[in-house]
Ligand binder design. Structure first.
Ligand code: PLP
Length: 379
């Protein structure tokens, strides 16, 4: 099998699985328990928080564990509007956000919030001029992702934050950095954001663990779940210590290897593009694809669902846009100002550190064969 779908999820690193195993089998105490087994679990959890904070470039006290990136996004969005409810009811976001941001914001729109959706250009990029023009004295939330999961575009979050602050709008700025964490260099502080979401299963940890960064000093941040008072009373629920341990281990290793991995994936991406240009000139690149691990391609005139199935039958895993769409047309491609055949033929190749050139060669030949055997309009 050839796995080219790392933006959907990543294989769990053996070291992360081992850390989870240790936490489950030996360090299984409840971190809230007062005897040594519990205290040991609490100490390990704090050690893991420190490790993750170091990889992200923030303080341990600014990180709150959640169950996934979606939960972090939802908490950030609902929390920001709750905090700003006496200041206004205007939200700014982009039309290319993940559904974990889009859906809560649509819900807020139904509840009476006014929403400005910043539209992408053909490369998937968002205009700072449009953001500047949209900012208002009643804007309480600006949510902009760091790396788009379908196109790989890196959005200008740091510049956006500067515009928000200069405008005097009372907005909190949230960044969905689920696809950016350990793929492109940043720290929440350098971006200047108030809130930032990350997820474990995109970096070699298992599914079921994420975190929300909440800038130190942010006053009046409300709990997401109320109960036993875990996570400083902000997100109750017995901590999933095994997933936390795995998240920390994957982040630690990912941070050490980030520069080398990014260079490897960029090189592989350039190699694949060169091979495709030679062997399958019918394939085009969609979007800027700035992030090292994501490459969005399209075969205009072909249907990407069919293509993904044909490649899947050959043991090659790529994705027809975001895996979260469950067969529905992607809102990201819908927003992209390119022709319908380009949108319908779009598929995503996303790399990991373990991918090699031979796999890119096999994908190239499988695409050549697909183009030769599938009839464009009937594919
Ligand atoms: N945000 C982005 C940009 C993503 O790519 C994803 C997952 O695909 C999510 C949020 C949701 O993360 P999770 O799967 O951990 O809920």
């Amino acid at each position: 099998m050839i796995y080219f779908d790392h933006a959907a999820t990543t294989p769990v690193r053996p070291e992360a699985a081992q850390a989870a195993y240790e936490a489950m089998v030996n360090g299984y105490g409840n971190p809230s328990s007062r005897y040594p087994l519990g205290k040991q679990a609490a100490q390990q959890r704090e050690q893991d928080r420190k490790t993750l904070a170091k990889a992200l470039g923030c303080q341990p006290g600014e990180l709150f564990f959640t169950s996934c990136g979606t939960e972090s996004d939802n908490w950030a969005i609902y929390g920001a509007v709750e905090r700003g409810k006496h200041r206004g009811k205007h939200i700014i976001t982009t039309a290319v956000e993940h559904s974990a941001v889009v859906e809560p914001i649509k819900e807020l729109k139904r509840a009476g919030y006014e929403v400005t959706w910043l539209q992408p250009d053909a490369a998937g990029q968002i205009s700072l001029e449009e953001l500047k023009a949209a900012l208002r004295p009643d804007t309480v939330l600006v949510s902009m992702m760091l790396v788009n999961n379908e196109l790989g575009t890196v959005l200008p979050v740091a510049e956006a934050v500067k515009l928000v602050r200069a405008s005097g709008a009372p907005a909190l700025v949230h960044c969905d950095a689920v696809q950016g964490f350990l793929k492109v260099p940043f720290t929440p502080k350098k971006l200047g954001v108030d809130l930032l979401s990350i997820s474990g299963h995109k970096i070699g940890a298992p599914k079921g663990i994420g975190a929300l960064y909440v800038r130190k000093g942010l006053q009046n941040w409300k709990p997401l779940l109320r109960g036993g008072g875990q996570e400083s009373g902000l997100r109750s629920g017995t901590e999933p210590t095994a997933q936390i341990a795995a998240f920390a281990k994957a982040a630690e290793l990912g941070a050490e290897e980030m520069a080398a991995n990014a260079a490897h994936m960029q090189e592989l991406k350039a190699y694949l593009l060169a091979r495709l240009a030679e062997r399958v000139p019918e394939v085009w690149q969609l979007g800027a694809g700035d992030a090292p691990h994501i490459l969005c391609l399209t075969l205009p005139g072909y249907k990407s669902e069919v293509l993904v199935r044909v490649l899947g039958d050959k043991g090659i895993c790529v994705s027809a846009g975001s895996a979260c769409h469950r067969g529905q047309a992607s809102h990201v491609f819908a927003a992209l100002p390119v022709g319908k055949p380009w949108k319908e033929g779009a598929f995503r190749v996303s790399f990991g550190g373990e991918n090699i050139r031979e796999e890119a060669d096999q994908l190239t030949e499988a695409l050549r064969e697909a183009v030769d055997t599938l009839f464009p309009s009937m594919s």
